[in-house]
Design a protein around this ligand. Structure first.
Ligand SMILES: [Zn+2]
Length: 256
């Protein structure tokens, strides 16, 4: 794990990158922030979480860090030990956690833990969609005030640019840099179910309502139809081994 503090003093915010080692957009966003001419009004911590996997170009070494919290310092698995260190590092700070994804529909914010403070952070990102993953649980930001961002499809230049733009907007809206911003009122998608299955092609569109009875995935001539209407989120053909993605319902937008 690589940790650095920008500015002097005790940081109240953490910019988190590479919880998944092959999702480098947050790392690029930080480097662009440092190369730019912005002045931080308060210290900010930067954490490159899975430095070992990042250097190897892997998502993880032993197990998914985003599913390893709260961790165990004596584990023989790299990410389980790392989770325990990461938990201490994030404690007491407000976290923005950058990811990229193999599903389409980016960028959007993800909140876990069901707390209003984390959901409110989505407004500072300027993004118009918030996925509430409290149903699924886990995630490194579950036990802190924090928000994750899915910046783009795969880990390309577009994801890095989008991470940089979102980071600047977030820092401005949280009063950490002096720059124009407009807080958004994101539409909330609350995940209520898991569309499991292996080898399916996802044929619907993330964030577009699938009606009851509508086909949303196919496999060797067979089809998966919706039992009830839902909004697909993080659904894809290749994103997960054992699942197509998640089913969500629309909820009231994030309040002030
Ligand atoms: Zn990720």
């Amino acid at each position: 794990m690589h940790v650095e503090t920008l500015g002097d003093g005790r940081p109240e915010y953490t910019i988190l990158a590479c919880v998944h080692g092959d999702e480098t957009c947050g790392w690029h966003a930080l480097n662009r922030l440092k190369a730019g001419d912005v002045t931080l009004q308060a210290p900010v911590k930067f954490v490159l979480a899975n430095e070992r996997a990042f250097k190897l170009g892997y998502r993880f070494c032993d197990t998914d860090l985003n599913r390893a919290m709260p961790g165990d310092a004596s584990s023989d698995q790299h990410e389980v030990r790392l989770a325990a260190r990461l938990r201490r590092e994030l404690e007491g700070t407000t976290v923005i956690d950058f990811h990229s994804t193999e599903s389409r529909g980016c960028p959007y914010a993800i909140a876990t833990g069901g707390d209003a403070a984390s959901r409110r952070l989505a407004r500072s990102t300027g993004l118009d969609r918030l996925v509430d993953m409290s149903y699924v649980g886990g995630g490194v930001t579950e036990h802190v005030t924090g928000i994750a961002i899915e910046c783009g499809y795969y880990d390309d230049e577009g994801a890095a640019s989008s991470a940089h733009r979102i980071l600047l907007h977030f820092l401005a809206a949280e009063g950490l840099i002096d720059r124009p911003y407009v807080r958004s009122t994101p539409t909330v998608y609350e995940v209520f179910g898991d569309a499991s299955g292996r080898g399916f092609e996802f044929v619907a569109e993330n964030f577009r309502r699938v009606e009851a009875g509508e086909v949303f995935a196919t496999k060797n001539g067979s089809v998966r139809r919706a039992d009830e209407a839902f909004y697909p989120v993080l659904m894809s053909t290749y994103g997960y081994e054992e699942r197509i993605g998640f089913m969500a319902q629309r909820a009231a937008p994030v309040a002030e």
